[in-house]
Design a protein around this ligand. Structure first.
Ligand code: NAI
Length: 333
């Protein structure tokens, strides 16, 4: 199937190219948005990633250009107007799970790097500074971790942190938690009040937008560690900066950022960062940011490519892959 692949980086070309089979993939470096959507004219399918903007105007333009299928290289779908796609008769499919391990392990990587101040320690040792002043950490053993969202990724984080000897709390209005897991399902007030580490593993929806705002931060323990590897819009970044300044947040680990569409996945090292909020975050010694790389393992990229091609195979053959999504099917996710 002739497919326009947007936001294509070298690794997308490599991994999708390996699995493409009989599909004709045309790669575009640019994001899909209202300015670039004409590139998709005549393509029955488009393949998009997390910072492509598939809003109602883009959906209308895709439909006008003959597109009938949007295949996502992601599990998250907050960048796609599913109602508009349904109205336009365009089917949407995603990669529901590729490697939840990749994201869970990166989450724990951020926790350990922040707690033991590994970026600062590395910089010091490279400069011949072996002083330990300011590098004090804490044992994870015996601490309370609070996971907001206990789906595929949250459950794995729970398992790993249980292995460290943490008490694990979770809040999730829809979750079914396996009985053998040493995990307490609690309401969000209890979680925020008791957790030493709060980590976000729910999707971005209108209900979860800014789930961590000034009010949620005020309920957290002073010096709490906040980790977000899910979606930037879950966190009110300005409120987080205020909480970093007062010490309410003691450690902040982010793999995602509200306005990351203008920053992440690009080499901007020769440019001035115009986003003052992001630039302020970079000034804190207790903040560690990665550029949406939690998914980025060989295993996950292989799985994304295979499922994407299976979704295209199914659509081309007029059958369902099981990975189709509509506004109804994902309500509550
Ligand atoms: P999942 O669908 O298996 O689990 C999400 C869980 O969040 C579900 O159990 C759902 O009931 C729960 N939830 C929904 N609303 C909630 C609320 N208001 N409060 C608490 N929990 C709520 O999704 P999965 O695979 O675990 O992924 C979680 C998120 O991780 C995705 O939505 C995506 O945004 C993000 N992600 C980030 C990646 C990265 O590279 N940084 C890669 C893959 C996913």
């Amino acid at each position: 199937m002739k497919t326009a692949v947007f936001s294509a980086r070298s690794y997308d070309r490599e991994y999708l190219g390996r699995e493409q089979g009989k599909h004709e993939l045309v790669f575009f470096d640019t994001h899909l948005d209202t300015r670039t959507v004409r590139l998709a004219d005549g393509f029955p399918a488009v393949c998009v990633f997390v910072n492509d903007s598939v809003d109602k105007d883009v959906v209308a333009a895709l439909a006008a250009g003959g597109t009938r299928f949007i295949v996502l290289r992601s599990a998250g779908f907050n960048h796609v107007d599913l109602d508009a796609a349904a109205r336009a008769g365009i089917a949407v499919a995603r990669v529901p799970a590729y490697s939840p391990h990749a994201v869970a392990e990166h989450t724990v990587g951020l926790i350990l790097a922040l707690n033991r101040q590994l970026p600062r320690a590395r910089a010091r040792v490279r400069e011949g500074n072996f002083s330990l002043d300011g590098l004090m950490g804490f044992d994870l053993h015996g601490k309370t971790a609070g996971l907001i969202g206990i789906g595929r990724i949250g459950l794995l984080v729970a398992r790993i942190l249980s292995g460290f000897g943490c008490r694990v709390l979770a809040s999730d209005p829809y979750a079914q938690v396996p009985e053998e897991l040493p995990l307490e399902l609690v309401d969000s007030e209890t979680l925020l009040a008791e957790a030493d580490i709060v980590s976000l593993h729910c999707p971005l929806t209108p209900q979860t937008h800014h789930i961590i705002d000034a009010s949620a931060l005020a309920q957290m323990k002073p010096g709490v560690m906040l980790i977000n590897t899910s979606r930037g819009g879950l966190v009110d970044t300005r409120a987080v900066i205020a909480a970093l300044k007062t010490g309410r947040i003691g450690y902040l680990g982010l793999d995602v950022y509200e306005e990351e569409g203008d920053l992440f996945f690009e080499d901007l090292s020769n440019r001035i960062i115009a986003d003052d909020v992001f630039a302020r975050l970079l000034t804190f010694p207790n903040v560690l940011i990665t550029g949406h790389q939690a998914f980025f393992t060989d295993e996950a990229m292989t799985a994304i490519a295979r499922t994407t091609m299976a979704n295209l195979d199914a659509f081309a053959a007029g059958r369902e892959s099981g990975n189709e999504i509509t506004a109804e099917s994902v309500r509550g996710e």
